[in-house]
Design a protein around this ligand. Structure first.
Ligand code: SF4
Length: 236
């Protein structure tokens, strides 16, 4: 018996089912539910990518190339998430659900301040945290770190997706990447593998990907001296 997750959004009434193909769901529920729409991580329904008319960052302002920002995701981390989808990916996983994010010039360049405002707008959507996915977020480490520092100042829980493994990221011995990992609450790591996608269930695209909670991000041979536990504003 497959493990499935059924989520009813108490705000909108929408039902999301994870762990079943659309045909499997229909064979179970065709007599009580209307035909649904297939969604996946990094592939929201009817949310347009940012265009080139989006506000441009001033010279020297920390920024990121952003493909899309959306709210009310219940499939990309715990609870209800506001999501930043970064532009650009070089990994080319076979069967990737978001090939439109691959070009490095997709989406729009946005200042970190503008991104934070759009993610956390006071009149915006309720959320349990922010999810950052791609594309590949670690292609833009300086802007990513500046964004995470800004989000942590606002007490946001951060879930991060990457096509790289944690071991790969740690092996780079890169101070910026280590700071990013230190500010990440949940890392979902590894490339998408189509052959392993059937039983991935919630949050993951394929079963090779791991859901790694923050203490484990320090790594076996790391200590808080190397990856400081305390939040350090702006110190790149
Ligand atoms: S890392 Fe993500 S965006 Fe990049 S190719 Fe793989 S699945 Fe697609």
């Amino acid at each position: 018996m497959k493990e499935t997750t059924w989520i009813i959004d108490s705000r909108s009434g929408a039902l999301t089912v994870e762990g079943l193909r659309q045909t499997e769901l229909m064979s179970l529920t065709a007599d009580i539910l209307p035909a649904g729409t297939s969604i996946n991580c990094a592939r929201p329904i009817n949310i347009e990518p940012l265009g080139h008319s989006s506000p441009q960052p001033a010279n020297g302002e920390p920024s990121l190339r952003v493909f899309r920002i959306y709210h009310n995701s219940v499939i990309e981390g715990p609870g209800r998430r506001s999501v930043l989808q970064t532009a650009g990916c070089l990994l080319r996983c076979i069967g990737c659900h978001s090939v439109e994010t691959h070009p490095m010039d997709s989406g729009a360049e946005m200042s970190v301040a503008e991104i934070v405002e759009r993610l956390l707008a006071p009149e915006g959507e309720p959320r349990d945290g922010v999810t950052i996915l791609g594309g590949e977020p670690f292609l833009q480490p300086r802007g990513l770190l500046a964004l995470m520092q800004s989000l942590k100042r606002r007490d946001q829980h951060i879930t991060m997706y990457t096509g790289h493994t944690l071991e790969d990221l740690l092996s780079r011995d890169d101070r910026i990447i280590r700071r990013i990992l230190d500010l990440t609450d949940i890392l979902i790591d590894g490339p998408f593998v189509k052959e392993l996608s059937d039983d991935a269930n919630e949050w993951r695209g394929s079963t090779n990907q791991r859901i790694i909670h923050r203490p484990a991000l320090w790594g076996k041979n790391q200590s808080p001296d190397v990856l400081p536990n305390a939040f350090q504003p702006d110190g790149i």
